[in-house]
Ligand binder design. Structure first.
Ligand code: ADP
Length: 455
């Protein structure tokens, strides 16, 4: 069921229930009033007839004639008068005699002063009447035809009004909910039209701050992020294909040329060497991409365990120096750690080693003396690692781009690389909830500061 229908039904049910309670209270109070008023009318009639009978000494025959005549047009009250010995002194019409008085009833009237009760739909009252010091019991009974008709009319009016109101409320609910949900329908329609080809489309919304505008604005912000990430992915893919195509084309061209001509052994050796160097370049790229894919996993999919950073940096240095024997890497501990936990972080050994190797390698690669120095220090909660070199430095306007995948600075023209190293390093450090910052001065050197939380 649609929310719109649900809301309308809920609105109708609540309003109809309130109306029903309201109508019931009105009807109940009208019916109570009718009963009370009719009892008081009966009392008046009883007293009037008793006065006529005792005080005015009107003949019983005359009173009975009046009763019979009135009865033909209105619901006349039937009155009877008894003395304390249950002797019937007067009765309006013995042949009709609707109320069958009993001795007990007369005694109860004389004792209590007044009684009220129903006999079928007839209302009956009993009244003590004192004349010249003697108590008499008077009963009066009648059917409140007028009152019941009025009540019936009220019931009919209330029911009719109730049905009309419910229909009106339902229609109003439908109209308002349609109007209220119009922007939602519009948004659904617009969202349905957004595809990968027109990711630039945005939801129209009014600038007021109701919930729907907020939802549309949030959705638009999400689209911005999606569009950015799609663009980044496209750039990434075209960068990869470019990086792969260049060495591949070089290999194919060289091999084709050598296959079509007779070459000397030294020329063939040269071709093989070139092809090998290109293949190595591609291998490095595919390894970096593999590491990037690993670091891009959700952190819960990567195995974390306590890792000793001192051992890890020594391993990373060994790894870098194995591939580049002319690289010099110094490691300095600025202070002794007070307890073992200070040098331990919860991390992934493989990925951290990749990150530190990249920083060592860059330090050596971008400095004339191929020298990188690592200083290790601690704060209360952090291990602080400073990878320093006295190399060519990074121009200020380039520093904000160096962590972007495939970005290579102007200083990298004569060095080998693919521009993935730093973006991968940053990803790994972020994955470990750490931070990485760069400080660099052109021709003076560069320092990368990595901060990781220790145990
Ligand atoms: P690559 O080393 O393959 O070029 P990186 O992602 O490791 O790619 O680095 C990106 C760029 O940042 C480099 O091309 C270089 O311009 C700059 N860079 C990184 N480290 C240093 C450094 N220690 N000294 C000077 N420039 C650096």
């Amino acid at each position: 069921m649609k929310i719109r229908t649900k809301l309308t039904l809920l609105y109708v049910i609540i309003t109809a229930s309130i109306l029903l309670v309201f109508a019931s209270v009105v009807y109940y109070s009208a019916s109570q009033n009718r009963e009370k008023e009719f009892y008081s009318l009966l009392k008046k009639e009883a007293i009037t007839k008793a006065n006529l009978f005792f005080d005015a000494e009107v003949e019983p025959k005359t009173l009975q004639d009046i009763y019979r005549r009135n009865r033909e047009v209105i619901n006349e009250v039937e009155v009877a008068i008894y003395n304390a010995d249950f002797y019937l002194l007067y009765h309006d019409a013995l042949d009709i005699d609707f109320v069958k008085e009993t001795r007990g009833m007369v005694d109860s009237v004389l004792l209590n002063g007044a009684i009220e009760f129903y006999q079928e739909n007839w209302q009956v009252i009993g009244l003590r009447y004192n004349y010249e010091g003697i108590d008499y019991a008077i009963t009066a009974a009648a059917y409140d035809d007028y009152g019941y008709t009025k009540l019936l009319n009220l019931r009919k009016t209330i029911s009719m009004l109730f049905v009309i109101s419910v229909i009106f409320i339902f229609l109003a609910g439908m109209i308002f909910s349609k109007r209220f949900f119009a922007p939602v329908r519009q948004m659904t329609h617009q969202v349905n039209n957004i595809t990968i080809r027109n990711l630039g489309m945005r939801l129209q919304h009014k600038s007021n701050d109701d919930e729907l505008s907020e939802l549309a604005a949030t959705f638009n912000r999400m689209l911005n992020r999606l569009e950015e990430s799609f663009e980044a992915q496209n750039t990434f893919v075209s960068n990869i294909s470019h990086e792969l195509r260049t060495p591949l084309t070089a290999i194919i061209t060289e091999l084709e040329l050598s296959a079509n001509a007779n070459r000397s052994v030294s020329e063939y050796m040269q071709v093989i060497e070139n092809a090998l160097s290109d293949a190595k370049r591609m291998n490095r790229l595919s390894n970096s991409l593999l590491d990037l894919a690993k670091a891009s996993f959700d952190s819960y999919k990567i195995k974390f365990k306590p890792v000793r950073i001192d051992e890890l940096i020594i391993d990373a240095r060994q790894q870098v120096q194995k591939g580049n024997p002319d690289y010099h890497i110094d490691i300095r501990f600025e202070q002794d750690f007070e307890d073992e936990n200070q040098i331990v972080v919860n991390g992934n050994e493989y990925l951290l080693k990749v990150a530190f190797s990249n920083l060592f390698e860059n330090g050596c690669k971008f400095s004339g003396n191929n020298q990188s120095t690592l200083s290790v220090s601690f704060s209360e909660k952090l291990i602080i690692l400073k990878f320093m070199d006295l190399g060519m430095g990074i121009p200020e306007n380039e520093q904000q781009h160096i962590f972007t995948p495939f970005y290579r600075g102007t200083n990298s023209v004569h060095t080998e690389g693919n521009g993935i190293g730093l973006s991968l390093t940053k990803k790994i450090i972020t994955l470990h909830k750490g931070s990485i910052h760069v400080e660099s001065k052109l021709h003076k050197g560069t320092t990368f500061t990595v901060k990781l939380a220790h145990q």
